[in-house]
Design a protein around this ligand. Structure first.
Ligand code: 5GP
Length: 183
């Protein structure tokens, strides 16, 4: 689905598919350089990170295993609950692994700071984060994110994996959801 297909539901287009592609390539080059002699495990957080993971993993010019977790976040609302619950756990033993969490967006940072500690407590050798989008709010909770794609305004966005009530995930770009859709 293209941005033009849902233009009435968006107040603003933040990122086009081309801009996202270029940034994913940039992030992949940085990770390849840092992980040249390692065997990273990419951990995606369902469901939002599906698109980032699919594109980022294929863009990497090195073999990298993938695993998935599902944690609770917003439900169908638009505000972070701050409560993190594992809905689906990893299949991989993390002992000694260099984990790279692949995320769609960091908002409050609560989910990621919790997740990093959780994965480290399972014996991972390292846990770094790749996030395509970051909101300014993220600065309020300290999360050390090594690879960030774009800093975006503090608005509720959809597209490229990010949903509102399970819709818009299949949108190629990213836009700000118009209030009339959720109010
Ligand atoms: P945090 O714990 O950093 O506040 O939120 C992380 C999760 O909340 C993200 O992985 C994502 O699922 C959801 N989220 C945060 N901001 C947005 C947004 O603007 N749009 C959508 N669709 N989800 C968001």
């Amino acid at each position: 689905m293209e941005l033009a297909d849902v233009q009435d539901d968006l107040t603003e287009v933040l990122l086009t598919a081309d801009q996202i592609d270029a940034k994913i390539a940039e992030l992949a080059r940085a990770v390849e350089a840092d992980y040249a002699d390692r065997d990273p495990l990419l951990v995606g957080v369902l469901k939002g990170a599906v698109m980032v993971m699919a594109d980022f993993a294929r863009e990497l010019k090195m073999s990298a295993a993938m695993d998935w977790m599902a944690v609770s976040s917003y439900g169908s609302g638009t505000k972070s609950s701050g409560v993190v619950r594992i809905l689906k756990d990893l299949d991989t033993d993390l002992h000694g692994r260099d984990v790279l969490i692949v995320e769609d967006i960091i908002d409050s940072g609560l989910t990621l700071s919790w997740l990093r500690e959780n994965l480290l407590s399972r014996g991972a050798a390292s846990v770094e984060i790749v996030a395509l989008l970051r909101k300014p709010e993220a600065a309020k909770v300290h999360v050390d994110v090594r690879y960030v794609g774009f800093d975006i305004p503090n608005a509720f966005v959809v597209g490229y994996g990010l949903d509102y009530a399970e819709r818009y995930r299949n949108l190629r770009g990213v836009g700000v959801l118009a209030p009339h859709v959720y109010s």
